[in-house]
Write a protein that binds this ligand. Structure first.
Ligand code: M6R
Length: 368
């Protein structure tokens, strides 16, 4: 059942194009995004004036990505909260608040309690979930299922990519209902999403080079990950994968924070992964990250750069370059996360660890 793979996780990484395609399928018709269960009227969605995304772990990172898309498409303020913090700090919620609860299992205790708290305060709750009929979707006003299929590996891979795609659908559904996007614009964004399974396939084609690189740095004490804009949650996700699978000290930072502290960590030979934004869509951020890479390379770090195909400017500063297909800015996490999953899994294997069942971790965390 591992399809010729040594671990489920490796199979699940390969299944990502299919997971994305299945998650998108059937959710678009005549300029509108269709949710799976909708116990909210369009009128309710039009009245929403604030969005919270609540989730844990990788699902939380998918929420951080969603913030960029929903704010941009819907012109609504979005806060992304760790579910374990949310209800302990008296968040301001009312019937015009939409709480998006993202959970692969649909059973994560903290996320479920956040949903209950939100509903007590009369907020509307929309669940993004990979498990049919789980508790979180059962207690929500609307549901969008990710169709990643069962995820066995404790480290989330295909469910994470599917969550990002589903969160984009939530953003487009809101934008359509609220009129911040016309049906033809929603259609255009949806078509772009539909091209992503093929883009991820192309990233997977480069996995051998990533594996070789991973084996070369498997003995490092630590790895840092830097990104900006949607590349920042990708950096956090890359670090989380490495922590949970390879038991390595790994930190993700917003690259703009480098001079505010993290640069002190840079030392000779330290691998630093940098997630580059597009040189076209985000020229200013791109040049800022370029100078960050220059700085850390000058201090002896080993730079591993994930950049869009055709971005020649990074070459001189990348000790290792991982190229991913050029896609529009908001969709970049769908391609740039994939090499980081392969990277973490290969380091864990090189260190002799069980990639599917990392120590101390459970697939679903049903206690708070
Ligand atoms: O089932 P959920 O999506 O609610 O789970 C949330 C986290 O426990 C989960 O993403 C966890 O962080 C993964 N092990 C990450 O790979």
């Amino acid at each position: 059942e591992k399809g010729g793979h040594e671990y489920f996780m490796l199979k699940e990484i390969e299944e990502q194009p299919e997971a994305l395609a299945n998650t998108l399928r059937g959710h678009f018709s005549e300029g509108r995004i269709i949710l799976d269960e909708q116990r909210l009227a369009d009128q309710d969605l039009r009245e929403i004036d604030k969005v919270f995304v609540v989730a844990c772990g990788s699902a939380y990172h998918s929420g951080l990505v969603a913030k960029y898309a929903i704010e941009h498409w819907c012109r609504l303020p979005v806060e992304v909260e760790l579910a374990s913090e949310f209800r302990y700090r008296d968040p301001v919620l009312d019937r015009d608040t939409l709480v998006v609860a993202v959970s692969q299992s649909g059973e994560t205790a903290d996320t479920l309690e956040a949903v209950r708290h939100a509903r007590e305060q009369k907020a509307r709750v929309l669940a993004v979930c990979n498990t049919n009929g789980a508790q979180i979707p059962r207690e929500s006003d609307a549901v969008l299922y990710t169709h990643a299929g069962p995820e066995i590996g404790v480290a989330s891979t295909k469910a994470f990519l599917a969550q990002i795609a589903a969160n984009y659908l939530v953003g487009l559904a809101l934008a359509g209902a609220r009129g911040t996007k016309y049906p033809d614009e929603v259609a255009r964004e949806f078509r772009e999403l539909e091209a992503m399974p093929e883009a991820v396939n192309r990233v997977l084609d480069t996995s051998n080079a990533v594996r070789e690189l991973a084996r070369n740095v498997a003995d490092s004490k630590a790895v840092l990950f830097l990104g900006r804009h949607v590349g920042y949650p990708v950096a956090l996700e890359g670090a989380l994968k490495l922590k949970e699978l390879a038991y390595m000290h790994a930190e993700g930072f917003a690259a703009g924070e480098l001079k505010h502290g993290p640069i002190a960590l840079i030392e000779e030979g330290l691998p630093v992964v940098v997630v580059m934004p597009s040189s076209k869509g985000r020229a200013t951020l791109h040049s800022k990250l370029l100078s960050n890479i220059r700085e850390i390379q000058a201090r002896g770090a080993q730079t591993i750069v994930i950049a869009q195909e055709g971005d020649e400017t990074v070459r001189p500063f990348a000790d290792h370059l991982i190229e991913v297909p050029a896609v529009s800015t908001l969709l970049q996490p769908l391609v740039s996360t994939v090499p980081l999953q392969v990277f973490a899994a290969e380091i864990a294997k090189a260190r002799g660890y069980d990639v599917d069942k990392p120590r101390n971790l459970a697939k679903s965390v049903t206690v708070e």
